[in-house]
Design a protein around this ligand. Sequence first.
Ligand SMILES: [Fe+2]
Length: 174
Amino acid sequence: MLNRIGQFAHALFSKIGPSEKKYIQTHLNDQEQRLFFSLDRPTQTHCVRVARTCQVMMMAKEMSVRQHELIRAALLHDIGKPANIIRTRHRVFIVLLTLLAPGLLKRILRQPQGWGKLGQAVLAHVQHPDRGAEMAAKIKLPPDIIDLIRHHHQPYRPGEPMELTILRRADELN
Ligand SMILES: [Fe+2]
């Protein structure tokens, strides 16, 4: 649990520097970059770390994986998180609730309108994979990448694409 809180604190204070910018420009076209940079800064740095972790996992396992697609999906996997609804304070609260009081999180989700802005943020958080997939479809990303975005929080299924298994694991580690 401390590890998760540490990761989160790290995400809040890390920056997109020149090397991260170059990395993003290498892998994403202009339209994809616009989506990426519409995210808040902690989500941007999280996505870069997830993409880099995916790369390390691909190298370590010598798996035959569609590398470029996986990196694009990793950079864009959280585009469905609306920065104007899920504020930093909500992110802190959602991380803590997920770890310490998942029952309360479920209660909020049953009636989000009764919890004001926090309810909206929790709902947006839960819906972000589907929303992200819809945004990706709008800019005509390949169906494989759309599927990775849509399913990145779903539990492991036997027979799922290897790219999804790696993305989910890299997301959990970051
Ligand atoms: Fe996510």
